[in-house]
Structure formats: C-alpha cells, structure tokens
Ligand binder design. Structure first.
Ligand code: 13P
Length: 352
C-alpha cells in the first residue's frame, strides 16, 4: 500500500513473525492498569487490608514489574506487553530488550458504556493515539495491543448488539492502522466474555462474526495484515450455561480451530490467545488441545494451514508467581515463572 514503504512493511512483518516464532514462543501480557494490578497485588498478599498511599502503591507495582521482568528469560517468551507507565515512567523496557524480548505497549484507554446498551462498552483512546504510540516506539516498543470487550449471551438475551460489534471492529481497525503508522505491529484483541449463558455454539458464532467484521474494516483502512496479529479468546460456554461443567478440551479445540480457520485471513502471521481469567492449567490445556488438533491435521485439512497458535497470557502466566512474590520468596517466584512459561510453551506446541 502506498502509505507503507517497503522498508517499513518489511520491518513490521518481521516483528510480527518474530513474536510467534520459533514455535513455542509467546507473549507475556503485563499491561494491567494501575488499579487492576493494585487489586491483584492486594488480593495476593496475606494481609489484603494494607493501607498504602498512592506513592507506596506506585512503588510496589514498580517493584513487582521489576521482579517479574528480572525473572523472565527469552527461552519461551518472545515479547512482553507493558502499560505505558512501566515503559515511559519506570523505564523498565531495557531489562527486557537486553534479554532479547520484544517490547509491546498497551494502546487502548478506558471503557465507557454504550448509553443504549449498558453492558457493552466503547473503548476510548483513539484521539491522541498517534503521538502516544510514537512516544512508545521512541522508548523501544515494536508492537502494541488494543483490547475490545465483547458481550456474549444466548441469542434470547441478545448480546452482543450489532451496533457494538460495528463500533469495536471500526475502532480496532483505526487503532491497527495508526499503530502501523507509528511503526508498531498491532495486535487486535476481541475479548469475547464468558460470564453469561451462551452455549459453545453461540460463542463460536459471536467469535466468528466479531473477527470477520474486524478484518473487513482493517482492509478498508489499509492495514497490512501480514504485519499484524490477533489475540482472541477461546470460544467456550458461558459460566451460566449448564454445559460449562461438562465441556472437554477436545470440544474447545475443535471450536477454536474452526473459528480461526473461518474468520482469520491467511495473511495474518499468528494468533496469540488471551487467558481471560481461566485457571492456568485450563488455559494451557485449551491452547495445547487446539495445537494437538493442528498437529494431527492431514495436508488436506484446512487446519494444517493455520498460522502459529500461541499465547499472550497475563493472569495464567503470573498468578502463582505473584503469590510467592508478595510473601517475599523470590526463588519460588522464579520457579513459578519458569513452570508457567514452560507450560505455555509446551501448550503452544500441543505438548502440554
Ligand atoms: P489475561 O491472559 O489475564 O486475560 O490477560 C491478557 C490480556 O492482556 C487481557 O487484556
């Protein structure tokens, strides 16, 4: 496309590929907002009642990030997504780049409910996105991520609304095009929630519709798909659907492979799933299941042509490690990170 020089297109494409190769490498998402990471650290600590002031909280989350990045290696981790504060204020990017880990930045802003549909959300942050992403690039970032939450209920309850899907698709496409303009590989993240009463079939339908709409808009905006990645959720029954208790990872694997085959264009070089609050072992089983299915697919199966299916996990990667860190046990924290990154890596090869 005329607005991407060949050199820029080549650089972006090679970053996108490096994030999912060699097979078994994936991303660690650490882009929780200060409030969210504070909530996690308090919940993990023994005395969840502690009375920290704003400065002490900031100091605690800086120390947590430092410890987490210190414990990582690039054996299984290709990239880390940072919250802008961590990159620009705490300046912790260099710890990671020195280890050969690629820096990413969270691009999306806060959520605002749709006036007409209070359980659906508009994601803010497009207005001043270009200078923010340029600043992130100058600080070493090479990719960025935008999360779009998507409600998912049974058809009877009627979510997501078509208008909300249209807004998310358009917003993600504008984000992706601005991200490439700033020299960063965009990761579009349609996060289909599973708190409600949808069954697996309904979740598949919503995933497919949302993802296809995103790519239609991305093409309209001239996004270079070869230089982008997608971070979807796993299709799954909602917590309020009875089949939630009996669903198997084989069923999730088939649903997941079919969603990707039906909705992600062949030019997209990789898929990195989110863990979405699933138990770490479940998030790893789901990822391993879909990769095992791909491994078994014969040459005539459409699944044999899928791009690498890897991870961009936050909670599933750090949950155990954080529990040890708040107790001051850094060796146990390091071991927990090693186990979790190894588990994710095995899962990305279908061997968990
Ligand atoms: P989880 O894996 O904890 O869902 O985090 C990934 C993420 O970045 C969600 O936006």
């Amino acid at each position: 496309l005329p607005h991407h020089s060949v050199a820029v297109a080549k650089e972006l494409t090679s970053v996108a590929r490096a994030l999912v190769s060699p097979r078994g490498k994936g991303i660690y998402a650490t882009d929780e907002s200060p409030d969210v990471i504070e909530g996690m650290l308090s919940a993990a600590s023994l005395n969840g009642q502690e009375n920290l002031n704003e400065e002490e909280k900031k100091d605690r989350r800086r120390k947590w990030r430092e410890a987490a990045y210190g414990a990582l290696t690039n054996d299984h981790i290709s990239g880390v997504i940072l919250y802008p504060e961590t990159l620009l204020d705490f300046k912790l990017g260099e710890t990671l780049t020195k280890k050969g880990i690629i820096l990413g930045v969270r691009a999306h802003g806060e959520l605002a409910p749709f006036p007409a549909s209070p359980f659906e959300f508009i994601v803010q942050g497009l207005d001043d996105l270009l200078p923010k992403l340029q600043a992130a690039r100058a600080a070493g970032a090479r990719f960025s991520k935008w999360r779009a939450p998507i409600a998912c209920t049974s058809e009877a309850l009627g979510l997501p609304s078509t208008v909300s899907l249209e807004v998310q698709a358009e917003t993600l496409a504008v984000f992706a095009s601005i991200s490439q303009q700033a020299g960063l590989v965009p990761i579009v993240e349609p996060d289909v929630e599973f708190s409600a009463d949808a069954d697996l079939y309904r979740s598949v339908e919503v995933h497919q519709k949302a993802i296809r709409m995103i790519y239609t808009r991305c093409l309209e905006h001239g996004v270079l798909l070869e230089a982008s990645l997608i971070k979807p959720s796993f299709p799954q029954p909602g917590l309020k659907h009875p089949s939630r208790k009996t669903i198997t990872s084989e069923e999730i694997a088939l649903a997941t492979a079919s969603v990707i085959a039906n909705s992600v264009p062949a030019s997209v070089p990789g898929v990195v799933f989110l863990s979405g609050g699933l138990e770490p072992s479940v998030a790893m089983k789901y990822l391993s299941g879909v990769n095992a299915l791909v491994n078994k697919a014969g040459p005539s199966s459409p699944f044999s042509r899928l791009p690498p299916l890897s991870f961009s996990y936050g909670r599933a990667l750090q949950g155990e490690a954080m529990k040890h860190w708040v107790r001051g046990d850094t060796q146990a924290m390091k071991n927990a990170f090693d186990n979790a990154t190894k588990g994710c890596s095995d899962a990305a090869k279908g061997e968990y």
